[in-house]
Design a binder for this molecule. Sequence first.
Ligand code: PAF
Length: 284
Amino acid sequence: MIVTDKIDEVRQHRWADPGLTWGFVPTMGYLHEGHLSLVQLALAGNERTAVSIYVNPTQFAPSEDLSSYPRNLVGDLAMLETAGVDLVFTPSDAIMYPPDFQTTVSLSRITQPLEGSSRPTHFAGVATIVTKLFNIVQPSRAYFGQKDVQQTVVLRQMVRDLNFNVEIVIGSTSREPDGLAMSSRNARLSETDRAAAAVLYRALSAAKAAYEAGEQSGSALRKLIVDMITAVPQAKIDYVSVADPNTLEELDVIADGMLLSTAVFFGKTRLIDNILIEATEDTE
Ligand code: PAF
C-alpha cells in the first residue's frame, strides 16, 4: 500500500495505467466499521482503491471540535492495509491550504436547512475540500456514507452542477447493536451519554413505523421524534426534521418519500442520524 502526502505521487499512481478504474473513499480518519464498509464497496467495484485521511479545518466553525477531533493515523493505516487498499493520501494543511489559497466552492439552497442552519460554513468547507480531492485523485467512483445524508445530497448536486466526471456511491449507515450510527465522534461520549444516544435511532425508527402505519402528518412525526428524544435527560435537540429527500424542505404532508433526520447534543458532542424512506416512483 502506498502512503503519500504528495499530490504528484497520487496522480502518478492514479494514471500509471489509465485503463484501470479507481474507487475513492475520502475520510477524516479515526476509521471505524462504517468507513471500512465504504472501503469494501470501493474495493469490490473498482480495480484500484484510494482513501484520503485529512481532518479538513475549513468544514469546522471556530466553536467546533477541530482540535479535539479524534485521530489515529497508525491504526487507520493498519486497517486500510489489511483491507487491501492500494493508496492512501495523507496531506498536510500546508499542502491543502497554502498561504495564498483563495477559492471556495459553495452551494446555495441545499446547504441552508438542517446541518446548514446550525453550521452555516460547514458545506462550503466540505464542497471545497472534496473538489480538491476529486481533482487530485481523479477517481472513477467516490464513496460517501448515508449517515451524513445532507453531505451526500450536497455533493451529488455539486457533481451535477460542475460536471465532475465521477460517480457518487452512497453506502448504508453502519450501526452498533443498539442502533447508534457509527461515528468517530461516538468515542467522545461518556458511558451514560453513549447508552442514552441510542435514542436517536429509536426515535427515528418509531416515526418510520408510525408513517408505515398510516401517519402522514409531518408535524405529528416531528413531535413523535421530539417527544422521545426529550424524554432522555442527557439529550439536547439541535433539530428534528421530516423533509423532502431531494430539496430538504420540511414537509407538512408526506405523500411519497421522506427524510427523517435529527441532530442532538450529548454534552459537547453533537450526533446526527437519519432514515431515508425513498419515494416509490422516481418523479425526475
Ligand atoms: O465525511 C467526511 O468525513 C468529510 O466531510 C469528508 C467528505 C472527508 C470531507 O472532509
